[in-house]
Design a protein around this ligand. Structure first.
Ligand SMILES: *[C@@H]1O[C@H](CO)[C@@H](O)[C@H](O)[C@H]1NC(C)=O
Length: 388
């Protein structure tokens, strides 16, 4: 998208033609859910006022009014001498300079990089004006690099909610001549590699110009970035799209810009066999009715992926009188498929008594969730010995 620089009253006139442009900023809902690095900053919200058309117009056409407010949700950067610049996907602000963003709407809410949210040292100011929200960040550093998002609010009286799909965001780089990577407080970071779940190594650079490569510590090699298995995004870092056991180990990023070459924090990648789904246990009793004094055996079996741990818990009538759980667990490869395995827990009740009658429930757990299955056992009194 081209950047448009405008000033003075012309800005207001040409603004309308840019509305279509503004709607291109669609917030990917999926990404929004997955983005744990973004936190929300509440701005002072004002209740919406009735329009000048009178109460009737306001009551019958709240949607139109809201739609107008949303359509105007556009982010602009305030430059020196009152110049405005509509922002694109990314902007760069020299470290030390002031970042000033304006977002049309009344009111609006802002989301800022979590580091800023946590260490509020008085450099950030968020003000809601009559027609726009303003975010000002002074004495900026490379650590301020990140995503800044404006959410227009839809209000009915004093009740306001964020319009997630109308959000406009800009990624702001603060190129730091000394720090190519956004500083991290940790010397290393442990990251779980889960089967088939994309993993991000968040080595965030402060300058979009920096050239970033990925390296393995042992053996010391550069990791090939083929854009299919592993890709790089200057706003995110490296993504391993389908983690495999061989991706595990200690990795780090190297950024180069001009004469500067720096290493990132270390990432300790640990591979976890992550199940595709919660377990599906099957429960089976040696018999659905047992005579007092006989032994009972209830098994709970899960057919699952190889090397995925399954834990079992039991609930059974004897628990109430403090019968200790007496279980045997075993894991064995499933016949006919090396990628599958049987996990089994067997609950054994020796010399059944009346109190053992009732419902036996087995719950199987894995990293994706848990599922319970039950069976009912009837206890039959011992037949009276026949009279001689
Ligand atoms: C910004 O930096 C200047 C100069 O170092 C200092 O005087 C001022 O207090 C700082 N402002 C804030 C809000 O930290």
């Amino acid at each position: 998208m081209p950047l448009v620089s405008l000033s003075g009253s012309r800005w207001t006139l040409v603004f309308g033609t840019l509305l279509v442009c503004a709607l291109i900023f669609e917030l990917d809902a999926q990404e929004q859910r997955g983005r744990s690095r973004t936190t929300l900053k509440q701005s002072k919200t004002k209740p919406a006022k009735a329009t000048s058309k009178g109460p009737r117009a306001a009551a019958t056409k709240p949607k139109t009014k809201a739609a107008l407010a949303q359509a105007q949700a556009v982010l602009t950067q305030v430059l020196n001498r009152g110049k405005f610049k509509k922002v694109g996907e990314t902007i760069s602000v020299q470290t030390g300079d002031t970042l000033e963003l304006r977002c049309r709407g009344k009111p609006v809410q802002w989301a800022i990089p979590p580091y800023l949210e946590e260490d509020d040292d008085g450099r950030l100011r968020i003000v809601q004006h009559e027609r726009y929200g303003a975010l000002t960040l002074v004495n900026t550093t490379g650590a301020d690099t990140g995503e800044y998002t404006c959410y227009p609010m839809y209000c009915e009286d004093t009740d306001c909610r964020k319009e997630y799909n109308k959000a406009v965001k800009v990624f702001v780089f603060f190129p730091d001549p000394q720090e190519l990577f956004v500083p991290s407080s940790d010397y290393y970071e442990v990251i779980q590699l889960r089967t088939n779940w994309p993993t991000v190594l968040p080595c965030q650079v402060t300058s979009p110009e920096a050239e970033v490569t990925l390296h393995r510590e042992f053996p010391p090699v550069e990791v090939a970035v083929d854009r299919t298995e592993i890709s790089f995004d200057v706003k995110k870092g490296f993504t391993i799209h389908r983690p495999r056991p061989y991706h595990a180990g200690a990795l780090y990023c190297v950024a180069s810009l001009g004469a500067l070459r720096q290493s990132s924090t270390k990432y300790m990648l640990i591979y976890v066999n992550y199940p595709m789904s919660p377990p599906a246990p099957v429960i089976l009793a040696s018999s659905s009715s047992v005579t007092v004094g006989e032994n009972l055996r209830v098994s709970c079996t899960v057919m699952g992926e190889h090397n995925v741990a399954v834990d079992f818990t039991w609930e059974y009538p004897g628990q109430q009188i403090g019968r200790p759980p007496y279980t045997q667990e075993n894991v064995s490869p499933a016949s006919g498929g090396a990628a599958m395995q049987h996990s089994q827990s067997v609950l054994l009740v020796d010399e059944v008594r009346d109190v053992d009658q009732g419902t036996y429930t087995c719950t199987a757990h894995n990293l994706q969730g848990a599922k319970s299955v039950s069976t009912t056992i009837k206890v039959i009194p011992k037949a009276k010995p026949k009279k001689p």
